[in-house]
Design a protein around this ligand. Structure first.
Ligand SMILES: Cc1ncc(C[n+]2csc(CCOP(=O)(O)OP(=O)(O)O)c2C)c(N)n1
Ligand SMILES: [Mg+2]
Length: 595
């Protein structure tokens, strides 16, 4: 091949199957951008507003397509801006490659402008493979290894390219001692445990009378197999946040999310089960799993380091979820006694009523739960939903009802603010014909999502279908943390850190050519969703929501809530509203028919 190192890199990425790169330019990486330009659209470049957003997009691309996500940035500040988005991919086990520029080789070590020690900087987030190239002959194997490691190990990798190197003529490694001759290609292995280990797992599951299953992102490709196993075992299934799309919520034995953002039936399922089967999940909070000793455990995960981490399991299987469950299925006995299953379904049915009641409790001006409650039945088939970190993640976890064929995600392990809009943008590029909805708090909007609407304005006319909606929960508060201050610290809301300015998000959207809708009455919520889904362009809907609706953990009961309301709220600037809303929310679950 003739051309520069940059040209070689772009061509090799293409050969690896890369068709889209998210990023932002700068003189540290111009040699690669020139090559991208010369490649005439062979690889599409998506310009974000900020490198962190580009990295979130790469992470989301990997999540929504199963492919490698690639992001690119310049040296120094461009590279350091990438970090949070790369950590998001790292924490959620996504294959992402970062390509970053560096100052010229002769300047390195010279306290040169925009010269940072990038090898050290990326060593943690891209520890699986991070290398800085120093000669053209090296670039081939650096790229090949970076891609193969990222996809094979589901890790973040990085290659650092000094800017002068990018413009040098590319040359293949000569046949000589001290050179490396790498090639392209990767085939996923079939990862299934040995028969005797599957049998041990089956013995535990067959002996159980009350089986609980917990699924996470690792089970996203195993919907059919999870359903088959759950049916045979008469089990209830809870879903970790990243595994929300594993099972549709219309199955009556799916108890929904688990944990602080979880549901009451998931809590009951874990509290009363005698056997736990965990599939592809790193769900962090052990206090929401069975008590140690209460249940016998079986876990399936592709990564050995995720096994027996949250609960001491009796059988630890390294395996792909779908293939392992498929192999396990013939060894499982159909449980004739369905009393446990009936009980789980009863919990779930009661919870559905509680959720609906909580969503319809009158709030001032809008109950945020109702926003998501009204969205669920209106979501088009195959919709993709992203959520930011903040109280809307609670409503995403609890109130959003997923149907078969939909996808959804958020920054899970890192739980970073600022991910929902870049996630939704990457989702739309990956699946332009599908409807995409981002749920975002006003704080997260102000942090970075707002600017990324400009990216939507720049690109939306290329999308086959304009259905792209950003829903902002404008509560003028960093509400999730305000509640954490109250409930976990016993502190009143700290106005200085928690209150945030009121910004007309919908007007900003309109000012850049998108549609903007403002909603401050509950009776207008449903209509706003319908208008947005029928619009001829992307839409921002701003919902004026009540910060005093508590994101209650599932096991909070009336007594605890009363105690917290009377003792913890002294001096809280929102005292009256908080007490009223907390009481209403709790009462809606314990007093049937009351609001
Ligand atoms: C980058 C980052 N900074 C801080 C936090 C801590 N944090 C989690 S939720 C939250 C509040 C989010 O406020 P907002 O987006 O307005 O949503 P709300 O909870 O009000 O609905 C904060 C500050 C975080 N998760 N990520
Ligand atoms: Mg807020």
């Amino acid at each position: 091949m003739t051309g520069t190192v940059g040209d070689f890199l772009v061509e090799r990425l293409y050969q690896w199957g890369v068709r889209r790169i998210f990023g932002y330019p700068g003189d540290g990486i111009n040699g690669v951008f020139g090559a991208l330009s010369r490649a005439n659209g062979k690889i599409e470049f998506i310009q974000a507003r900020h490198e962190e957003m580009a990295a979130f997009m790469a992470s989301a691309h990997a999540k929504f397509t199963g492919e490698l996500g690639v992001c690119i940035a310049t040296s120094g500040p461009g590279a350091s801006h990438l970090l949070t988005g790369l950590y998001d991919a790292r924490m959620d086990h996504q294959p992402v490659l970062a390509i970053v520029g560096q100052q010229a080789r002769a300047a390195l070590g010279g306290h040169y402008q925009q010269e940072l020690d990038l090898l050290s900087m990326f060593k943690d987030v891209a520890g699986a493979f991070v290398q800085q190239a120093s000669t053209p002959e090296q670039v081939r194997h650096l790229l090949d290894r970076a891609v193969r490691t990222a996809v094979g190990e589901r890790r973040v990798t990085a290659i650092i390219l000094p800017n002068d190197l990018q413009d040098l003529p590319y040359s293949e490694p000569p046949r000589a001692h001290g050179t490396v001759h790498s090639g392209i290609g990767y085939s996923k292995p079939k990862v299934v445990p040995f028969d005797e280990d599957l049998q041990r797992a089956a013995d535990v599951l067959n002996a159980g009378r009350k089986v609980a299953i917990l699924v996470g992102a690792g089970a996203l490709q195993a919907t059919e197999q999870v359903i088959a196993v759950a049916e045979k075992l008469g089990a209830g299934v809870a879903k970790a946040l990243l595994g929300k799309a594993v099972l549709p919520d219309d199955l009556p034995w799916v108890t929904g999310s688990i944990g602080l953002l979880g549901t009451e039936p998931s809590y009951q399922l874990m509290s009363e089960c005698d056997t736990l089967l965990m599939i592809g999940s790193g769900f962090p909070y052990s206090e929401f799993l069975p008590k140690e000793g209460q249940a016998r455990g079986v876990q399936i995960d592709l990564q050995p380091d995720m096994l027996s981490l949250r609960y001491p399991m009796e059988v630890n299987l390294v395996g792909d979820a779908a293939q392992t469950l498929h192999a396990l299925l013939p060894l499982l006995e159909h449980k004739a006694d369905r009393r446990w299953r009936d009980k789980v379904e009863g919990w779930r049915a009661r919870w559905d009523k509680t959720l609906a009641k909580r969503a319809l409790v009158k709030a001032e001006p809008i109950n945020p739960q109702r926003v998501v409650h009204e969205l669920s039945p209106r979501l088009p088939e195959h919709a993709i939903i992203s959520s930011d970190s903040g109280s809307c993640a609670n409503w995403f976890a609890r109130d959003l009802q997923i149907r078969q064929g939909m996808q959804c995600s958020l920054s899970g392990g890192l739980a970073s603010m600022g991910a929902a809009v870049p996630y939704a943008i990457a989702a739309k590029f990956a699946h332009p014909q599908r409807a995409v909805v981002a749920l975002v708090g006003d704080g997260a909007m102000q942090m970075s999502n707002l600017a990324e609407l400009i990216t939507v304005a720049k690109y939306w006319q290329q999308w086959d279908n304009p259905q792209w909606i950003c829903a902002v929960f404008n509560n003028e508060d960093l509400n999730q943390v305000t509640w954490e201050q109250r409930v976990m610290e016993g502190d009143p809301k700290f106005e200085a850190s928690q209150s945030i300015p009121d910004v007309p998000y919908h007007l900003f959207a309109i000012s850049i050519g998108l549609q903007g809708i403002y909603v401050e009455r509950e009776e207008d919520i449903a209509g706003a969703w319908e208008r947005a889904l029928a619009a001829d362009r992307p839409v921002l809907i701003e919902f004026k929501t009540d910060p005093n609706v508590p994101p209650l953990p599932p096991h909070i009961k009336l007594e605890q809530a009363k105690k917290f309301a009377s003792t913890l709220l002294q001096g809280d600037p929102d005292q009256a509203g908080v007490i009223v809303q907390t009481a209403k929310q709790v009462l809606s679950s314990v007093l049937p028919g009351k609001k």
